[in-house]
Design a protein around this ligand. Structure first.
Ligand code: NAD
Length: 244
């Protein structure tokens, strides 16, 4: 029970990496607060479930007022805008930054003060931000807006880690490679040639396969748990070798 007595909030917990993380955190003894913009997707989780649109700062603060202090916060929500810098629209650019980055400003403002109290009381608290290999780590084709947002996530993660390093509150990011999730399946289905698109996604993975969510969640648990207490400000790769 690596998360026993910990309260952990996860955004975008309805499907994909967020949902798998919610299940794994509960299995490790955490009290899980699972949130998603689509509350239908939260059904069946062993968690305290709440509808939450992470682009809505007022809703985040209103939810915070109904919750206990957090030991862990996993900012998982994110959106992939497809295209080069010449394709991306202002709308997609702004939406990507609102959902992938500004959401972390809102959740941090709402939850960090309580987490700092918790760190004072228990010695530790952990913020985990979802980045990607497509970021400052590596340029990936057709990920101009997405890569820019995820690079911003890494910068924000390091800034939070530096600002609070003496308090017990840690902040890290994870950088997955290509993970088989519903949204990846959606991107494959939307491609002009879905069979080729799936082959292309697999081809960019040096290990020759897509990740499953089971490949990602052990790192999520580690970074939320006290066993990672000497780790902060890191962008942790879990990418099947893309960044070698
Ligand atoms: P997904 O894209 O399949 O699911 C996303 C979830 O986010 C859905 O449950 C959806 O309802 C929720 N969501 C959408 N808009 C929201 C909003 N405004 N507020 C709250 N929730 C919202 O999940 P995934 O593919 O596991 O991706 C999760 C995160 O992991 C994202 O940040 C993504 O960028 C990142 N990531 C994914 C991959 C991958 O290959 N799948 C790789 C690297 C990083």
């Amino acid at each position: 029970m690596r998360l026993k007595n910990k309260t952990v909030l996860i955004t975008a917990a309805g499907q994909g990496i967020g949902r798998a993380s919610a299940i794994a955190c509960a299995a490790e003894g955490a009290r899980v607060i699972a949130t998603d913009v689509d509350p239908e997707l939260l059904k069946g989780l062993d968690a305290d479930c709440h509808a939450l649109d992470v682009t809505d700062g007022a809703a985040i603060h209103a939810l915070r007022d109904r919750l206990p202090r957090l030991d862990g916060l996993f900012n998982c929500a994110g959106y992939v805008a497809h295209g080069t810098i010449l394709d991306v629209t202002d709308r997609d650019w702004d939406f990507s930054f609102d959902l992938n980055v500004k959401s972390m400003l809102h959740t941090s403002r709402a939850f960090l003060p309580g987490m700092l109290e918790q760190a004072k009381a228990t010695g530790t608290a952990s913020v985990l931000n979802m980045a990607s290999i497509a970021s400052s780590v590596k340029g990936i084709v057709n990920r101009a807006a997405y890569g820019a947002t995820k690079a911003a996530v890494i910068g924000l993660t390091k800034a939070i880690a530096a600002d609070f390093v003496k308090t017990g509150l840690r902040c890290n990011a994870i950088c997955p490679g290509t993970v088989d999730t519903p949204s990846l399946r959606g991107r494959i289905a939307q491609a002009a040639d879905p069979v080729q698109a799936e082959k292309d996604f697999i081809a960019r993975q040096p290990m020759g396969r897509l990740a499953t969510t089971d490949d990602i969640v052990p790192l999520v648990i580690f970074l939320l748990a006290d066993e990672s207490r000497f780790v902060t400000g890191q962008a942790c790769m879990v990418d099947g070798g893309i960044s070698i």
